[in-house]
Design a protein around this ligand. Sequence first.
Ligand code: THU
Length: 160
Amino acid sequence: MKNIKIETTLEVYDSVSELPVAIQKVINKAHEARKKAYAPYSHFNVGAAILLDNGEIIEGNNQENAAFPSGLCAERVAAFYAGSKFPKMAFKALAITAGSIKNVNETPIPPCGACRQSLAEYEVNQKTPIEVYFMGEKGKVVKATSVKSLLPLIFDSSYL
Ligand code: THU
């Protein structure tokens, strides 16, 4: 028997202003998207924005449904739209902001497991890391240098 140790290092910034201007722009787009979320059931609004290799920024937000599982997370709305509009265009960075209408959320909210898996597909295919930035509505920003660092032991097409 041997042990496998899996470690991840995340960068934590006290505020958005510590990040490069290009990333601040992506985060601002995620905030804009969050304000347009359709989340009448959870009242938890999530905005996502993806910076593509061609400089375009694609936004998405969570879209809920009365049949609850039919809804979709902000990250996948953005990723699938980016993938459909610009097939094979690399994702450079993803920004996520999230908050409840009940209080001002200052806790960085990471992407859920299903979104990590979906994002991993793009990262594996493009062979370059996607930076992931996540935050609440304001306050600290956490940066992961890749999706893989948020989802070790990725299941990908090489196993099929
Ligand atoms: N949600 C996201 O949009 N992204 C995540 O990574 C986690 C959860 C949404 C789904 C649902 O509309 C609401 O947040 C509460 O789970």
